[in-house]
Design a protein around this ligand. Structure first.
Ligand code: TXA
Ligand code: MG
Length: 315
């Protein structure tokens, strides 16, 4: 849906307007020290679904959540000594930590793509920090570029890719680091999941020990690729027109069903509801979940990707 994108100056008025748009579920691009991020309220399913839609991201990859301080981060993830050491040494800054998600975090399951871990960081850019303070909540934020294009390091880059698709762009000049943050997995032993703005040697020095390195294409670096993470207990059957015996029906559009992803056939609403509804239907104890056909367009690609993984034969 085209919308008039507001171009905001990074001053008191600009922060207040950006925070208001975020509270309303709007998307605001903002500068970080690495690249511009496309921010949305990480607790709001429709906002997070909107991020995938605006980027045209064909799959629900988990997103990084931005917070204002290590203290705030501890509300969302299970903290550890290693996290403490790294946060003291490198936050705010271009380091993202992947830690176990707290069960009481209250974030949209779309942020983590329903994984049990959360990628979180405290950005250093003064404009990002002022925006987080004005908004007062966690911001989900992938790089603010259409899927498949290079990451933006100026407001003009963002506008070239996303004008008309997001609520606002907060202009904070050019990004200093220019490459994305380093992502370090801490849910198990320290593991480099993505090299980035902070050299891994600096992390090893702070931890006083080695960091495991994995190849960029190692499937373990991208848990979103693992089928089992998306598999409910119940069997999943796609392209269903009705529920068979011992099945419940997850509908889309004007169909009679147990739960409907979007009675109006709105893909953004369906994306926002997807994980919630799968969990809810799984909790009924039904043997199978039948799912209505979802159009293979826009967010439908991401929805169908996840549904296919859920329906894939189990190991
Ligand atoms: O510098 C950055 O990190 C920028 C700025 C805006 O903060 N953000 C960024 O986000 O690069 P994005 O969405 O483009 O990249 C996020 C990466 C993805 O490769 C995703 O697979 C990985 O983080 N990721 C997110 N959550 C994860 C998790 N729970 N476990 C492992 N990887 C995760
Ligand atoms: Mg990116």
């Amino acid at each position: 849906m085209p919308e008039a994108t507001e171009h905001l100056v990074a001053d008191t008025e600009g922060y207040a307007r950006a925070a208001q748009l975020l509270r309303e579920g709007g998307l605001v691009a903002f500068p970080t020290e690495t690249v511009y991020g496309l921010g949305g309220d990480a607790r709001n399913d429709m906002a997070v679904a909107g991020i995938f839609e605006a980027k045209g991201r064909p799959r629900f990859n988990p997103l990084i959540v931005h917070v204002d301080s290590p203290e705030t981060a501890r509300r969302y993830v299970e903290w550890s000594d290693a996290a403490d050491r790294l946060a003291s040494a490198f936050w705010p800054g271009p380091l993202t930590l992947v830690l176990p998600l707290r069960p009481d975090a209250g974030l949209s399951p779309l942020v983590t793509a329903d994984l049990p871990t959360l990628a979180i960081r405290v950005p250093a850019h003064p404009v990002a920090r002022a925006l987080l303070r004005a908004f007062g909540g966690p911001l989900a934020g992938p790089s603010a570029n259409p899927s498949g294009r290079i990451s933006p390091t100026t407001a003009a880059h963002v506008a070239a890719g996303l004008d008309g698709r997001i609520a606002a762009i907060l202009d904070g000049g050019a990004c200093g680091v220019g490459v994305e943050s380093t992502i370090l997995g801490l849910a198990e032993g320290p593991t480099l999941l993505r090299p980035g703005g902070l050299p891994v040697e600096a992390i090893e020095a702070a931890l006083g020990g080695p960091v495991a390195r994995r190849g960029a294409n190692d499937p373990l670096t991208a848990p979103g690729q693992m089928t089992s993470h998306y598999a409910p207990g119940a069997r999943v059957r796609l392209e269903a027109t009705e529920a068979r015996e011992s099945e419940v029906l997850l509908g889309f559009g004007a169909v009679e069903c147990d739960l409907n992803l979007s009675p109006a056939g709105d893909l953004r609403e369906a994306a926002a509801n997807l994980f919630h509804h799968l969990h809810a239907l799984d909790a009924t104890g039904a043997e199978g979940i039948a799912v209505s056909p979802i159009p293979q367009a826009g967010l439908g690609l991401a929805i169908n990707d996840r549904l296919r993984r859920a329906a894939a034969p189990r190991e």
